[in-house]
Design a protein around this ligand. Sequence first.
Ligand code: ZN
Length: 302
Amino acid sequence: MKATWRFLFATLAAAILFAANALAAEKIKVLIIDGINNHNWKDTTPLLRKYLEETGKFTVDVSTTPASKAAKDEWAKWHPDFSKYDVVVSNYNGPAWPEPVQKSFERFIREGGGLVNVHAANNAHRGWKEFEKMTGLLWRGPGDGWRLAFDKNQKEVKLPPGKGPGAGHGPQHGFQVVVIDQEHPITKGMPSRWMHTRDELYHGQRGPANDMHVLAIAFSDQTKRGTGYYEPMLWWIPYGKGRVVTTVLGHVGKNDSKEMVAMRCVGFATIFRRACEWAATGKVTIPIPENFPTADKTAIIK
Ligand code: ZN
């Protein structure tokens, strides 16, 4: 009898240990979507994928949309199964997806899926109302929605459609990113100001701008054809049970294939990895690396 009990306990203990290990080994499932972009998506998708995979916490699939001039039936065949993933990364800047894809994507986010928009991904999907809602601020004209900026005291300024500038950016330059929410899991532990590598500093983004949680901003200097305001660089919006994170950092132009300097910033890579983990799970375990940029020093991933 005793031996049977011992055997049972041993089996139970082994089963629990096995389940715990399996749970720990469970990776976050990511789908990167690319295919149309006025940026160098063919080189940036592999870099984004590498950033995630080298943490050991993610498995990554890529779905490439048909080309912009593809026939309708080619688009009809493109319909990723979002339900297989925890988070979608958009490296896509093209027309709104076909309606059935829109609907299943909206459902995916509403039911708790994550979305991370990188740089020009917020230029995409003109006219897709739900995408505009979940992204909050987009590359749109001055009349196309609200503008959200921060004055010199970092106080929020909200301008209605038609007032103030629309989307744009001056010449690329290095600039400080200012973390205004140091309690959020994505930004927790980052210095309050850190020097980003040369990038486009988006300004005048427009959209519904509801439920915006801005985590980081950057000063858009008028000497760099900017607005004289701090502009949002990183924010998130709840959508149903889901979380949508957008960063406008990370410009890599069509001819920047070797350099990709904006995306090789340690700050960008850290934001990206943590945003993906947080959008998928609501938690962040990925640490801030030792070589993170400081207020006056950039840090580049070679
Ligand atoms: Zn760009």
